[in-house]
Design a binder for this molecule. Structure first.
Ligand SMILES: NC(=O)c1ccc[n+]([C@@H]2O[C@H](COP(=O)([O-])OP(=O)(O)OC[C@H]3O[C@@H](n4cnc5c(N)ncnc54)[C@H](OP(=O)(O)O)[C@@H]3O)[C@@H](O)[C@H]2O)c1
Length: 250
């Protein structure tokens, strides 16, 4: 399998969950590159899992100087970048009656601002004709309790695919977005007590039209498509990889 042979990729949040699924799928198609996160332990284990063609860089995607360092170091080590997957994010929760300004800024900084500047800081180091992959969420299309800010940020990320594609037409850099439905990742553990994890995942699977929750590999396969020439006529598009949960009423 060599759809991404000789391609250099950067995957933010590549040390966990969906990002690691994307990195794994890229590796299997012959890509080399960099995963980015803050947790050194999971960065080390993910880099070991990905093998010699991938390295890990510890950086905070909400920090613009960190982002510049990531892309500069990637280009120094691997040459110009072909694919950027701006995946890092988190399902921040809160209700409008109580959420504070600092929580608002934190949610938007991580889920929206970081995506914009990940793309901006990558540009000087990217090849023309490259591919940028953003990660949206089902929560951008349906209002879930307490996910208002997260959903709004992801709705804007879905717009970024169109707007940034337009901004980058001259360089033929295509920007597309994958919208996952509920996907089995360590993010669950941040919201659900360990003893309830299995029951909660079983419940989510039962309400999914397709009868199961997603796996990071489901998103990885789609990311390979968007990164490769197979999708060369696609830009500004959103691909729902959600087991039907956005539009099918079960
Ligand atoms: N799982 C789902 O059901 C689902 C559904 C729809 C959309 N999504 C989206 O998919 C993406 C990945 O989520 P996931 O479920 O795979 O979650 P996850 O397993 O918790 O992974 C999140 C990743 O983002 C990184 N990250 C978070 N904040 C960061 C920061 N400030 N700087 C650098 N890296 C940061 C984390 O690394 P460190 O902890 O090392 O910083 C981690 O690698 C997110 O954008 C999420 O919103 C997930």
């Amino acid at each position: 399998m060599s759809k991404l042979k000789n391609k250099v990729a950067v995957i933010t949040g590549g040390n966990s969950g969906i990002g690691l699924g994307i990195a794994e799928a890229f590796k299997n198609e012959g890509a080399a590159g960099v995963i980015v996160g803050r947790n050194q332990e999971t960065l080390n284990s993910a880099a070991a899992q990905l093998g010699n063609n991938f390295i890990a860089i510890n950086a905070d995607v909400t920090n613009l100087a960190d982002l510049e360092r990531v892309f500069k170091e990637t280009a120094e080590k691997f040459g110009k970048i072909d694919v950027v997957a701006a995946n890092a994010g988190a399902g921040t929760i809160g209700n409008v009656a109580t959420i504070g300004e600092a929580d608002y800024d934190q949610a938007m900084d991580l889920n929206l601002k970081s995506v914009y500047f990940t793309v901006q800081k990558a540009l000087p180091y990217m090849n023309d004709g490259g591919s940028v992959i953003l990660i949206g969420s089902n929560a951008a299309h349906r209002a879930y309790p307490a996910f208002t800010l997260y959903g709004a940020a992801k709705a804007a990320v879905i717009f970024f695919a169109k707007g940034l594609s337009n901004d980058l037409l001259e360089r033929k850099i295509r920007v597309n977005v994958i919208t996952p439905g509920t996907t089995d990742t360590p993010a669950f553990e941040k919201f659900v007590p360990a003893e309830q994890l299995d029951a909660v995942k079983t419940h989510f699977a039962s309400v999914m039209p397709i009868g199961r929750i997603g796996q990071p590999s489901d998103i990885g396969k789609t990311a390979v498509f968007l990164a490769s020439d197979d999708s060369s006529f696609m830009l500004g598009a959103e691909l729902l990889v959600d087991g039907g949960m956005t539009y099918l009423a079960k």
